[in-house]
Design a protein around this ligand. Structure first.
Ligand code: SF4
Ligand code: SF4
Length: 232
């Protein structure tokens, strides 16, 4: 196995074990915390399905030639693993681990199989990626569809760009508080993201988990509030 496979596998196993060990109370807390993000992902999926799926399916997924999936080591945040584990069944999680437990051949992403991506909820970096061809063909240069895409990109930042308290940071802290460490905890390990936190004037070091919606040092947990506004 490659170092990447091992890192991914360890991350998934840590998340799965902690969810199983802690039981329904943790699941419920995470579901509540992730509600706005999951609503965002449904909106994003709807957009991609409406506007990009025909092009992506025909050109890439079924032929396994996707430029999106042509690298073994795609970036996954620890929060990607948590949210995916939350929405996946046991069989889906077993399937996710399979390619991480055997030698990987070829240059394509380890998570790509003949039916496409095997994540139940694919990593956010993958979900937000559009190749130049798709950008041009689907979005064009101006217009309503491009505006919708730009709005989705802005909303994506509210969950993971740490210039304010964000869900991805909170999820890492929630697991760190249980003694779990992972190199995928970029919100606490990436020098670039730590710099963003410092510039924004809030935590650059792990702190105690906050309940989403509570005031952190840098303000409110925007993603959830935004969901409340947009769905009320
Ligand atoms: S975004 Fe581009 S590379 Fe990715 S699946 Fe769609 S057409 Fe293929
Ligand atoms: S995780 Fe899924 S969507 Fe992302 S590169 Fe791999 S196969 Fe493609």
């Amino acid at each position: 196995m490659t170092a990447y496979q091992d890192e991914q596998r360890q991350g998934h196993l840590q998340v799965i074990a902690h969810l199983r060990c802690e039981g329904p109370a943790l699941r419920e807390a995470l579901w509540n915390a992730c509600a706005a993000y999951l609503a965002f992902r449904r909106k994003l999926d709807g957009f991609l399905l409406r506007h990009c799926a025909p092009l992506c399916t025909a050109n890439c997924y079924t032929s396994q030639t996707s430029a999106c999936c042509n690298r073994e080591s795609i970036i996954t945040f620890f929060a990607d693993l948590v949210v995916n584990a939350l929405v996946s069944g046991p069989q889906e999680l077993d399937r996710l681990l399979e390619p991480l437990e055997r030698p990987h051949e070829g240059a394509k992403c380890v998570y790509l199989d003949g039916e496409g991506c095997i994540w139940r909820l694919k990593p956010i970096v993958c979900a937000m990626f559009l190749c130049d061809r798709a950008e041009q063909k689907v979005l064009g240069n101006t217009g309503r569809v491009r505006d919708q895409w730009l709005a989705l990109k802005a909303e994506d930042r509210l969950f993971r760009w740490p210039d304010r308290p964000v869900l991805f940071d909170w999820l890492e802290e929630r697991f760190m508080a249980a003694g779990i460490q992972s190199p995928l905890m970029y919100l606490h390990l990436s020098p670039g993201l730590l710099r963003v936190k410092r510039r924004a004037g809030w935590s650059a070091a792990p702190s105690q988990p906050r309940e989403p919606g509570s005031a952190g040092r840098g303000g409110r947990f925007e993603g959830r509030d935004r969901h409340r506004r947009s769905t009320s």
